[in-house]
Design a protein around this ligand. Sequence first.
Ligand code: ADP
Ligand code: ADP
Ligand code: ZN
Length: 219
Amino acid sequence: MRLLIMGPPGAGKGTQAVLIKEEYQIPHISTGEMFREAIGNNTCLGIKAKDYIDKGELVPDDVTNELVKERLKHEDTKGGFLLDGYPRTLNQAFALDIILSEFGIFLDAVINVYVPSSIIIDRIVGRRVCPSCGAGYHIKTLKPKVSGICDACGHKLIQREDDTEEIVVNRLRVYEERTKPLLEFYNQKGLLINIDGNGDIIDIFKRIKHTLGGMNDNV
Ligand code: ADP
Ligand code: ADP
Ligand code: ZN
């Protein structure tokens, strides 16, 4: 399956992406993760992206489109993929259409995870991540077995620098202005699936699986 997962920051995209990736055996491609990795490795891309990410702004479209295009050339995407956090602007959505048509492939569905804004800030401010393996936790709703330590790899967990309340407010504004219009774009294409992102993580995943269920034949 070729899928996008969309939703405001903190909606639970990354959390659901891990489960979708396992279920459908497709790579999880998160532009945010790719930027953070580039920043960690101090590459040219990382240096370019850091200023934007630190302010809660979007990295410019041309840089982001090129990154995704190169990633989609990898062999592991032949059986499908899950794009998380891309596209985030209409220009990126147009660019993705061109990339996919060049590769002769189509999207199967766009999953939109929606949650009330009242819980978003709590989710983001309480988010902790493993800088080594990328696993995500929450200080209240998804605690690691040993406080501050990744269950999967034993590394010390961190709070993302852009997960402060101040930057989150800007990220939510950017989402409303620049990313939300994409929902209508994909709705008009008949690809949009709206999933209630409130509640238990496994229940939300079941909603996604149930909706995608009938589509599995397209793989
Ligand atoms: P996104 O990728 O959309 O920014 P994440 O998947 O990182 O969001 O989730 C944001 C935070 O909320 C994380 O700390 C995660 O553990 C937590 N979280 C995700 N889904 C749920 C849920 N259904 N209920 C409670 N907390 C959740
Ligand atoms: P979240 O799901 O919590 O919003 P991400 O990890 O997806 O966080 O993204 C973190 C940051 O990386 C964004 O705030 C933005 O600065 C940058 N970023 C990620 N994806 C894109 C994209 N498609 N276009 C532009 N900037 C992006
Ligand atoms: Zn880890």
